[in-house]
Design a protein around this ligand. Structure first.
Ligand code: PRP
Ligand code: URA
Length: 209
């Protein structure tokens, strides 16, 4: 499928099974979300531009690579996206973090914005939006739409579990945005939950149920 990378690395798949298990507690669930996000970041940042820099090793001068220019902004969709931020920052510690607060109206399943705060230099940063769940795609599509008003650079979407309906929505609304996920599940149920999924990601990360 266009602009879709499914990261089926064995380490990610193993951790995903832990997350799906209803008996996994809050502490382990939260830690595992962070670990999966860290592993996914490795692939999602593969195309970051680099420049040559001269470095002196203890024995000789050499030309190496470093990341070019203004780098990344990580933008979690509150709340559940917050669970992925530390994992991303573990391997891209210079990334800045913007926040978008959205919740799904339980009746209409439409996203409602309640918070937005971006780094001051966001327009020059490549953006990775993070949210563990891509269900109907309404929240992510709205977040991508907001971010297109903030940055001139590319936008990627990194989620952990995606439903086919959500992928189709993003590909329709934002064909320029690359989606990275760890699994494409079967379908949505009548309440907009991903089947088999992992339940409510926000509740499982923060222990609110
Ligand atoms: C969840 C999830 C996504 C959204 C996905 O958040 O973290 O943001 O639902 O659903 P969609 O693709 O149909 O929009 P939720 O609205 O439950 O808020 P929370 O993160 O505060 O739990
Ligand atoms: N949000 C979640 O947290 N889980 C789902 O399955 C769908 C939306």
């Amino acid at each position: 499928m266009n602009n879709l990378t499914v990261m089926d690395h064995p380490l990610i798949q193993h951790k995903l099974s832990i997350m799906r298990n209803k008996d996994t507690g809050v502490k382990q669930f939260r830690e595992t979300v962070g670990e999966v996000a860290m592993l996914m970041t490795y692939e999602a940042t593969r195309d970051l531009p680099v420049i040559d820099v001269e470095v002196e090793t203890p024995v000789a001068k050499t030309v190496c690579k470093e990341l070019a220019g203004k780098k990344l902004a990580i933008v979690p969709i509150l709340r559940a996206g917050l669970g992925m931020v530390d994992g991303v920052l573990q391997i891209v510690p210079s990334a800045k973090v913007g926040h978008i607060g959205l919740y799904r109206d339980p009746e209409t399943l439409e996203p409602v914005e309640y918070y937005c705060k971006m780094p001051s230099d966001i327009e020059d940063r490549e953006v990775i939006i993070v949210d563990p769940m891509l269900a109907t795609g309404g929240s992510s599509s709205a977040a991508i739409g907001f971010m297109k008003g903030y940055t001139k650079r590319s936008i990627k979407l990194m989620c952990i579990i995606a439903a086919p309906e959500g992928i189709a929505r993003i590909q329709r609304d934002h064909p320029d945005v690359h989606i990275f996920c760890a699994a494409v599940d079967e379908k949505l149920n009548d309440h907009g939950y991903i089947i088999p999924g992992l339940g409510d990601a926000g509740d499982r990360i923060f222990g609110t149920k």
